[in-house]
Design a protein around this ligand. Structure first.
Ligand SMILES: O=C([O-])CC(=O)C(=O)O
Ligand SMILES: [Mg+2]
Length: 388
């Protein structure tokens, strides 16, 4: 088999929301399609990929470097030994040839886009949902029949007061979510505490709150903030300081007594390893949010899961950033804790299959081959325009 063509385009996922560090008014993503010569139901198998929110479309890197590298390779070097399917691990090696280690940046995002499309094609060619393929190849063979998700919102927004924030959170509960996350660090400490209390006021028993500072705080402020919120029984306190400041994370972990979460801006196995080695994270209570669609893809994520195991971490401590269907498949197939979700934001790339409502904080996955994009109509409509 071989790849026939690869098309890519830049698509906006802009919105007026703001976290403590950035606004999303100019946010874009690269959407990519890999067409193969394998025919199913009279049509060529096409794998689709895109990058997660928070980084901009790496279309130039894809067009100038990574897609040519793939298309110039000997087609035999991209497929399994029996030639029946693409081999994501071999493809990863080919794409990463002539790339120095370190400095992961946007290149990790670009490689993640291709990787997502490759896994979608691989599972379609095997005629399995990706979660089942992952469980069969790398897991126990058993999949979780539903995945825990939480509603990530609570962004800063022009003219958004406490009532609007409460209404937003009530809306998530009405949609079937149990737990909700909100942004902090984009207002004064007193204002943020008021916002947190406003949300806690409307959460019913059994629902919980996470807060996300998006890397805004220095160590002193992170500690002060932790002191202020430590009695609220938050589910977690996320990305307090710069994602690469393992010292800050380790010092904060000594002082903040409850669960912490971070990792969405660590884009490689090596960065993830450094967090585990030096960040003071606790495998009994903390959460890891590496997002494969920003960080060299699932091939690298599989290595991260191996590394975690060697360091005594269960995959159940992982709950990826990004709210996309690839991580949902990984969560169901490889026994993660769950996945993020952004109801109504980052559409059409965020969100899951149309036909399953969220129920008590869990969502089901469709039984279609691949990642399941065909089951999310607004996303699939967009993916069909790639290359057109
Ligand atoms: O606001 C963002 O960049 C998204 C984010 O941190 C998250 O989903 O945890
Ligand atoms: Mg975050």
């Amino acid at each position: 088999m071989k790849i026939v063509k690869i098309d890519v385009k830049t698509v906006p996922i802009s919105s007026p929301i703001r976290n403590a560090y950035i606004d999303f008014s100019k946010m874009t993503t690269s959407a990519l399609a890999i067409t193969t010569d394998i025919m199913k139901d009279g049509k060529p198998v096409v794998g689709y990929g895109f990058n997660s929110n928070g980084r901009y479309a790496p279309t130039c890197l894809l067009e100038e470097r990574f897609i040519p590298r793939l298309l110039e390779a000997n087609p035999k070097d991209l497929v399994t030994d029996d030639g029946s399917n693409l081999d994501p691990h071999k493809i990863h090696k080919i794409i990463m040839a002539n790339e120095k280690p370190g400095g992961h940046g946007e290149r990790a995002v670009a490689v993640g886009v291709i990787d997502m499309a490759v896994w979608d094609a691989v599972a379609k060619i095997e005629e399995k949902p990706l979660y089942q393929l992952l469980a069969d190849r790398y897991g126990t063979g058993k999949t979780d029949d539903k995945v825990y998700i939480y509603a990530a919102g609570g962004y800063y927004f022009p003219d958004k007061g406490l009532t609007e924030l409460q209404d937003e959170m009530k809306g998530y509960l009405d949609l079937g979510y149990r737990d909700v996350k909100m942004k902090v660090g984009g207002a004064s400490l007193n204002e943020d505490v008021k916002r947190i209390e406003a949300v806690l006021d409307i959460l019913p028993k059994g629902s919980g709150l996470m807060v996300d500072a998006n890397g805004r705080f220095d160590l002193d402020y992170a500690i002060e903030f932790g002191e202020k919120v430590k009695d609220y029984e938050l589910i977690w306190y996320e990305e307090a300081g710069d994602p690469l400041d393992y010292h800050l994370q380790a010092e904060l972990s000594k002082r903040y007594p409850h669960a912490m979460a971070t990792g969405e801006n660590l884009f490689s196995l090596q960065d993830a390893t450094n967090l585990i080695r030096y960040g003071g994270m606790n495998p009994e209570k903390d959460f890891l949010q590496f997002d494969c669609a920003l960080s060299y893809g699932l091939v690298e994520y599989l290595q991260i899961l191996d590394m975690l195991k060697e360091h005594g971490w269960s995959s159940r401590r992982c709950i990826p950033h990004g709210g996309h269907q690839l991580s949902l498949n990984i969560a169901a197939g490889l026994e993660l804790h769950g996945n993020e979700s952004y109801p109504g934001v980052f559409e059409p790339f965020g969100g899951f299959a149309d036909r399953y409502a969220v129920e008590d904080g869990y969502v089901r996955l469709p039984e279609v081959p691949g990642i399941g994009f065909e089951e999310k109509s607004n996303l699939y409509d967009l993916l069909l325009t790639i290359g057109k």
